[in-house]
Design a protein. Structure first.
Length: 222
């Protein structure tokens, strides 16, 4: 059973709310977007925000998250691994630990250590669940590990499973788009077409609907 955050975590969760919103896009696309110039801007925004809102302990932890992100941006995966693992251990069960666990998984992925990345993302899902941008980010990152391990069909099924379990999530059409791509890459063209068609019918208002329609045309199914 997944461990949920307690009421005692709410204050820390509020401190990190801005952090979550700003990096939500990056998390939703991890590990395809592991680092980038925008991340440095995020680190600066976090630093400004927490100076006025966080306790010293919270500020130190969020600052540490920023340093880990910078290390990843600079390709220093070994250092990122050490610090992310330490931060997750020191703040176990908290939003800080959740972020550190995601970063640890991304650092493993960036270092080409896909088995360990896989285990880390699965640990995140077991501990914190698959809701919200963090949960979705961990879910698709787990699928990306499967693809790197040459399990593309399993990854496609994994992406599709997210939509089955989260029918009302705004991330479900994104997961289905990933599923369609992976199905096609694994040689399952008809399944890819069915998944793309599902996006156009079940998620008519989703921003990715047009992309799904375009992919259907490419596959000669529109």
């Amino acid at each position: 059973m997944s461990k949920r955050l307690t009421k005692g975590d709410l204050q820390e969760d509020e401190v990190l709310a801005s952090f979550y919103r700003v990096i939500g896009y990056f998390q939703a696309n991890y590990p395809k977007i592991i680092v980038g110039v925008g991340v440095l801007v995020v680190v600066i925004l976090i630093a400004v925000f927490v100076q006025d809102n966080a306790t010293k302990k919270q500020q130190a932890a969020v600052d540490a998250l920023g340093r880990i992100q910078i290390s990843m941006m600079q390709g220093q995966m070994d250092a990122s691994l050490v610090h992310a693992e330490q931060l997750a251990r020191e703040h176990a069960g908290s939003p800080i630990a959740a972020q550190a666990t995601l970063m640890l998984g991304n650092a493993y992925y960036g270092a080409g250590r896909y088995d360990e990345a896989n285990s880390t993302f699965q640990s995140f899902l077991d501990e914190y669940g698959s809701e919200g941008p963090d949960g979705y980010g961990a879910w698709v990152s787990l699928g990306a590990c499967m693809e790197q391990q040459q399990n593309t069909l399993a990854a496609a099924q994994h992406y599709a499973q997210f939509a089955l379990q989260h029918t009302d999530s705004p991330y479900s059409p994104l997961a289905l788009l990933e599923a369609a791509r992976a199905f096609e890459e694994s040689g399952n063209r008809e399944q890819a077409i069915r998944v793309l068609a599902q996006i156009t019918t079940d998620y008519r208002d989703a921003p990715v609907r047009r992309e799904a329609e375009a992919q259907l045309r490419v596959l000669g199914a529109s």
